[in-house]
Design a protein around this ligand. Structure first.
Ligand code: HEC
Ligand code: HEC
Length: 334
């Protein structure tokens, strides 16, 4: 009898600690490559679900007021509409919250173009004084007091909530944020005739005449390099040099994706440009003479109509399916 009891007890424990591995199938849009998912964090439904809860839960900030979603809003393609988004106690850091569209493809994260994995990136906002101002070990301890999180954490990773689980679950959720059903995708990859003449003229300007695709290239509109696009002669933000301390990296920033760009104003690393028109006028001017400015940033002149065409094209990168996808919405609001 005692042995039977012990056996039941043991099986109960192992059954509990074995993660459930319900496969999660990423929906890869036409024209998109298969993304790399790290071996040590393969996608499962349990991991994605847990990451989604953590993304929307202010529990990861010191005073439980700020969540990832406070600065990365689904309706804005997981960017924000403020130049600088306030963190805990309204504190402001230095940079504009970027879209998370297609982050699964990014070889590096942040404007520095330096941090290699989403898992590592999670540590930044949690500990950053002007963002969540907390400590990921303490955040794990806080989650251990919540029976639902403990259960889900076992189901996802076979262990209690801790930094291992928090970093991996959030990354698993972020890897599902794929945006590939914009008007541009429908026209170019799905062979539907949905773009207007003006939008098509704008695409021709973007690709063939102004060579925006020297940097904003491919299905995700970035070549993932870090360059200086001539915003200032003197920058407040040292750019990639913040990570590398190299003079050639001063004031160079990762080329951002332009997916959902019409939703993610204001623009640039510091949110200093309010509209797409302002951005285009900047490129037309050829930019300020910074020593690291890319040779591809050269002055040109557009007519009023061409400028409008180019903006119409950029608006074609908005993906309504993405911003309305119920799989990405706040799981705590019905
Ligand atoms: C207070 C606002 C704020 C909060 C809260 C916040 N972020 Fe961010 N996020 C930003 C800003 C600003 C950047 C750009 C920082 C930089 O480049 O140095 C950023 C960048 C990112 C990036 C890099 C995207 C890319 O393409 O390079 C990811 C991924 C990300 N955040 C995920 C998260 C996650 C996950 C959380 C919650 C754990 C979170 N963020 C919380 C403001 C915020
Ligand atoms: C030499 C590379 C390069 C070229 C060419 C280039 N860009 Fe950029 N672009 C960048 C970089 C780098 C940034 C981010 C700079 C920053 O944040 O300080 C950027 C930012 C942007 C942004 C704002 C993105 C955001 O999320 O804030 C838009 C819009 C944009 N570019 C459109 C264009 C258009 C349109 C063209 C062609 C006229 C173009 N770019 C040509 C490198 C380039």
């Amino acid at each position: 009898m005692a042995i039977a009891f012990i056996l039941i007890f043991l099986t109960a424990i192992t059954a509990d600690e074995k993660p459930l591995l319900t496969p999660y199938q990423l929906n890869i849009p036409k024209g998109f490559p298969q993304p790399k998912i790290p071996e040590n964090n393969l996608l499962t439904q349990e991991r994605v679900d847990l990451g989604r809860m953590l993304f929307y839960d202010p529990v990861l900030s010191v005073d439980s007021t700020v969540s990832c979603a406070s600065c990365h809003h689904q309706a804005l393609a997981f960017a924000d509409n403020q130049p600088i988004s306030p963190g805990v106690a309204g504190r402001l850091a230095m940079r504009n919250a970027p879209t998370l569209s297609n982050v699964v493809y990014n070889p590096t994260l942040l404007f520095d173009g330096y941090l290699p994995t989403l898992e590592m990136q999670v540590l930044v906002p949690i500990q950053e004084h002007a963002e969540m101002a907390y400590n990921i070990v303490l955040a794990g301890n806080r989650l251990k007091e919540n029976a639902d999180y403990v259960k889900r954490s076992y189901e996802a990773y076979g262990r209690k909530p801790d930094p291992f689980v928090i970093t991996r679950a959030l990354s698993a959720f972020e890897r599902t944020m794929i945006s590939g059903n914009s008007k541009f995708d429908q026209q170019v990859y799905q062979n539907k005739k949905v773009m207007t003449k003006s939008e098509l003229r704008g695409m021709d300007l973007f690709q063939n005449q102004l060579h925006c695709t020297n940097c904003h290239s491919g299905f995700n509109f970035t070549n993932y390099t870090t360059v200086n696009n001539g915003l200032y002669e003197v920058y407040q933000d040292s750019g990639r040099a913040r990570a590398t301390h190299l003079p050639e990296d001063r004031a160079v920033f990762k080329v951002p994706t332009l997916r959902n760009i019409a939703l993610t104003a204001p623009y640039m690393h510091d949110g200093s440009m309010a509209t797409l028109e302002e951005v285009i006028l900047h490129y037309e001017s050829g930019g300020e003479g910074h020593i690291n400015k890319s040779e591809f940033i050269q002055p040109f002149r557009l007519s009023k109509r061409e400028r409008k065409d180019l903006i119409r094209f950029l608006e074609c990168l908005t993906d309504e399916t993405f911003i309305n996808n119920p799989d990405f919405s706040n799981p705590f609001t019905p």
